[in-house]
Design a protein around this ligand. Structure first.
Ligand code: SF4
Length: 694
């Protein structure tokens, strides 16, 4: 229901969907939002917004909201509403019972990129200081963890290098494995404007995404590679740049590690890495790869924007390093209009990573094994920290199946719907003795929970989100929490019940603590954000007003480091039984697992997930547009409506994962990135057959 009425007052806040992080004016009548309008002074969006953000407030007051804490002994029992005191006390005593019986490492927690920086910081603090281990992970595990690893290795920090506005200075834009029109619409509008002004465009994507050709925009080159062959492609592009003498020699000599460059140059120069030699792997004509490489290297300011089509592969981290190599090799780093820019899926993926919610890193990307860093936090928190990295999300599931991980605190994350191989996830959750879910809805994961703690939507709390351009923006409370507490307060209650003293009166105090302990946030505080509208980290004595463009004169690690990117084919092979490759993505009007957008006006435009299939593959199977089709993989099977589409290449099918009924992740597998365990969502061998009824 879209409510339009006369607003009485308003507050500026930040969209809680994608990594663009648009500023919005929430217009209120009493405690009710009547309208959300894009904030004209918001630096990420400059008065623009997409169809998701405009209607985002609809889910906040949806009747499905759960506003009472609930507990049950077994997941087959009905829920019982209880007081906050009883629910928190029960969760804490269960966690302590499990630790006493199975050891301190038998429990852990998962944070969400939907939550604020302050909330995420508190969850990792609760796990590290309250549970006494490092079993904390974030949903970035399943999206941009390879960005963290790859950019950390090459440049020294896990972050996009530019502002979104920087694209206005780009002459060439290379979009890899991203579909901004659907995933990051407000940035897509900026990009299209620049393209209409004459910038050139290269798209690397298996699917003919909107950017490839619209009435106003046409890519110069669409390298429609086979899913899973990114690394062969990026190495072939590098081969052309090196062997045709297109390197930025001065930049490389001044800014990069010499030996790493020589090793990389010698590797990519090999004949087996040429576009001709790799054409059989990628499926892309060599002349197109050569032309695209020349354009990227010589076309002026060249910027790379990439998405989950880069990271969600068994070689996701290798590909991120390959992208970083390409930008260094051509000198496209450290000024406006260039750079390497991961398009973060969720509103606060950047922030949740910054806040130390990985099992090996404290806030600010500092390894838990580093004694000086650990001592800093030990002294601030008054505890002794475990120097050993904890369990990643998939390791938690494996440990649960092995009987050594029995208790989980899951805040704002629907792992049953979003993580791959659903059967494995649900089996692991079923094997646990205490699952605590904190969320605004009874999501799919809550079906396996013993304690449900009602969360608060972004409209019900204060805090900050950090978008894909490292921009820290305020989230402002415009209505009281429906369940009585914001999520940071719930975590604080749980911490206190576990015996860990926390007494924050407002999220600004949490940010002040983050700033005291994290050099890249040292100059961040609410007063500054309120004064400037937003601020980009690093923000400290060296950059008191923040840092729009990174790596200006030197990389964060000093000299940039090249890495050899050897292509290794995924284990997920097609064969006669599973002859097609399924790849997954998103659609404009829905967001992520759809828990929020399905409860807004957005469902008018996209009421179900469908399977896109090329006309040749459809015809071969007797499939017509709108038919029901069964999709089967080695992991499982599901049923979807077919959409016959020439956006697909033959042999590749595509779906989204916004609806639990479609079960997209029932069919994705356990394959994951070698460095980070980010799941290989983008490559699943499947068979597709027409069926009469679901
Ligand atoms: Fe902006 Fe993304 Fe929200 Fe759309 S979903 S309004 S692009 S932040």
């Amino acid at each position: 229901v879209i409510k339009i009425g006369q607003a009485e007052h308003s507050k500026i806040t930040t969209c809680a969907y994608c990594g663009v992080g648009c500023g919005f004016k929430a217009e209120m009548k009493g405690n009710q939002v009547v309208r959300m309008t894009p904030w004209k002074d918001g630096k990420a969006n400059e008065g623009h917004a997409c169809v998701k953000g405009r209607f985002a407030w609809g889910y906040a007051t949806h009747p499905d909201r759960i506003t009472k804490p609930m507990i049950r002994s077994k997941i087959t029992d009905p829920w019982r509403e209880v007081s906050w005191e009883e629910a928190i006390g029960h969760a804490a005593s269960e966690f302590r019972r499990i630790q006493a019986k199975y050891g301190k490492d038998s429990v852990g927690g998962i944070t969400s990129s939907r939550c604020t920086n302050e909330e995420t910081y508190l969850v990792q603090k609760l796990i590290r200081a309250g549970f006494g281990n490092n079993n904390v992970d974030t949903c970035a595990r399943v999206c941009h963890s390879p960005t963290g690893y790859g950019l950390g290795q090459t440049y020294g920090t896990s972050a996009g290098t530019q502002t979104f506005k920087s694209v206005e200075h780009s002459d060439v834009v290379l979009v890899i494995g991203a579909n901004p029109t659907d995933g990051h619409p407000v940035f897509a509008s900026r990009l299209k404007k620049r393209l209409r002004e004459g910038a050139r465009l290269i798209v690397i994507d298996p699917r003919r995404i909107d950017l490839v050709q619209t009435p106003h925009v046409k890519a110069d080159y669409h390298l429609a590679l086979r899913p899973g062959t990114n690394v062969a492609m990026i190495t072939a592009l590098a081969h052309v740049i090196v062997t045709e003498g297109l390197l930025a020699d001065e930049f490389i000599a001044a800014r990069c590690e010499e030996k790493s460059f020589h090793d990389w140059r010698d590797f990519v120069s090999k004949p087996e890495n040429s576009p001709e030699a790799t054409a059989d792997i990628t499926g892309v004509p060599a002349e197109d790869v050569r032309a695209a490489a020349r354009l990227y290297a010589t076309g002026g300011n060249a910027a790379i924007y990439y998405g989950l089509g880069v990271t969600e592969h068994s070689q996701g981290s290798t590909m991120v390093m390959g992208i970083a190599n390409l930008a260094m090799a051509t000198g496209n780093i450290g000024r406006e209009g260039v750079g390497v820019n991961p398009l973060r899926g969720q509103n606060n993926v950047q922030g949740s990573c910054d806040m130390g919610s990985f099992p090996h890193e404290l806030p600010g990307y500092r390894h838990i094994s580093d004694t000086a860093t650990r001592q800093l936090f030990e002294s601030a928190w008054g505890v002794t920290l475990d120097p050993e990295p904890g369990l990643r999300i998939p390791n938690m599931f494996d440990a649960a199946m092995a009987g050594s991980f029995l208790g989980l605190y899951c805040e704002g994350e629907d792992i049953v719907q979003s993580d791959p191989n659903t059967q494995h996830v649900t089996a692991a959750l079923s094997a646990m003795e205490c699952v605590v879910v904190q969320d605004i809805f009874l999501n799919e994961t809550a079906k396996y929970a013993h304690v449900f703690l009602p969360g608060a939507s972004f409209l019900e709390k204060d805090g900050t989100f950090t978008n894909a351009e490292r921009r820290i923006s305020r989230v402002r409370q415009v209505m009281k929490p429906l369940a009585g507490y914001a999520d940071w307060e719930v975590t604080q209650l749980l911490a206190n019940a576990l015996g860990l003293a926390m007494d924050y009166k407002h999220p600004s105090e949490i940010m002040d603590e983050i700033a005291r302990l994290t050099p890249s946030f040292a100059g961040v505080n609410y007063q500054k954000i309120d004064r400037m509208g937003s601020v980009q980290w690093p923000c400290n004595d060296a950059a008191p007003e923040g840092t729009p463009t990174m790596h200006l004169d030197a990389f964060v690690r000093g000299k940039g480091k090249f890495f050899v990117t050897q292509y290794v084919a995924t284990d997920e092979k097609v064969n006669r039984r599973f002859p097609l490759i399924l790849t997954t993505g998103r659609i404009l009007s829905q967001y992520n697992v759809g828990a929020q957008t399905r409860r807004t006006a957005n469902s008018m435009w996209h009421p179900e997930d469908v399977l896109e299939i090329h006309p040749h593959d459809a015809e071969e199977r007797g499939i017509n547009d709108g038919d029901w089709v069964g999709v089967q993989s080695r992991a499982g099977e599901t049923v979807l409506h077919a959409k016959v589409s020439e956006r697909m290449q033959p042999g590749v099918v595509y779906t989204t994962f916004h609806f639990p009924e479609s079960g997209a992740n029932v069919i994705t597998t356990d394959n994951s990135d070698w460095a980070t365990n980010c799941p290989e969502y983008k490559v699943t061998a499947v068979q597709v057959l027409k069926v009469t009824q679901p």
